[in-house]
Design a protein around this ligand. Structure first.
Ligand code: SAM
Length: 197
């Protein structure tokens, strides 16, 4: 077995054993170990949350004083400790639903969005980055000052433009790839700390 396949199986088995719906949960866990995006008591908004691995991990990290909301186009089975809504993040009217649920601004916005891929890399990359700009619009309305965010990025032509755009809004921004993310996948994570408002 190649090392890469072994690692893939490792995270899949771990997710199965520990009751997480996706191996992606470990990407968030590893990002959090390095950057402390989410702490106990945090209010967390998860954009593009299906099937729910990140939402489950966010519930765990935020603890019982925290609050977590997940949004996705697809149906997501109930997750204890989280509020899930089925909606399109391109529709700005969800901002009212978000603020109504939390009752205040949030401490972290986590975005792991992937569009339905067409197989044409330039098209998929452009759409994925465009979804991130939609997330940033929501983030600007709901994130507390000094809050944190993370965006998945399909790496390509517009990645640096998005990184530079988001960099102006935070004290610290890092592009990184956690070990749980497959080496051959072109995804990166843009970790953003200390929202300037
Ligand atoms: C890679 S999955 C997220 C995995 C998730 N973080 C987990 O740990 O289970 C990407 C998600 O983005 C969602 N998505 C893509 N475009 C969207 C949109 N416009 N509005 C809401 N969700 C969207 C997809 O439906 C898909 O479920």
């Amino acid at each position: 077995m190649r090392l890469q396949d072994a690692r893939k199986d490792y995270y899949r088995n771990l997710a199965h054993e520990q009751g997480f719906r996706s191996r992606a949960a470990y990407k968030l866990k590893e990002l959090n170990q390095s950057y402390r995006l989410i702490g106990p008591g945090f209010y967390v908004l998860d954009l593009g949350c299906a099937p729910g691995g990140w939402t489950q991990m966010a519930v765990k990290l935020a603890g019982n004083k925290g609050k977590v909301m997940g949004i996705d186009l697809s149906f997501v089975e109930e997750i204890p400790g989280a509020h899930i809504i089925r909606s399109n993040i391109e529709d700005e009217s969800i901002i009212d639903d978000i603020l109504e649920y939390f009752g205040r601004k949030v401490n972290a916005v986590i975005c792991d969005l992937s569009p339905q891929v067409t197989g044409n890399w330039s098209v998929d990359h452009a759409k994925q980055i465009s979804l991130n700009y939609d997330c940033a619009k929501i983030m600007d309305k709901v994130l507390l000052q000094k809050g944190n965010a993370v965006f998945k990025i399909f790496d390509g032509e517009y990645s640096m433009e998005f990184r530079d755009f988001i960099k102006k809004k935070f004290v610290r921004v890092n592009l990184t790839k956690p070990p749980a993310s497959r080496k051959q996948s072109s995804e990166l994570y843009c970790v953003c700390l200390g929202y300037k408002g």
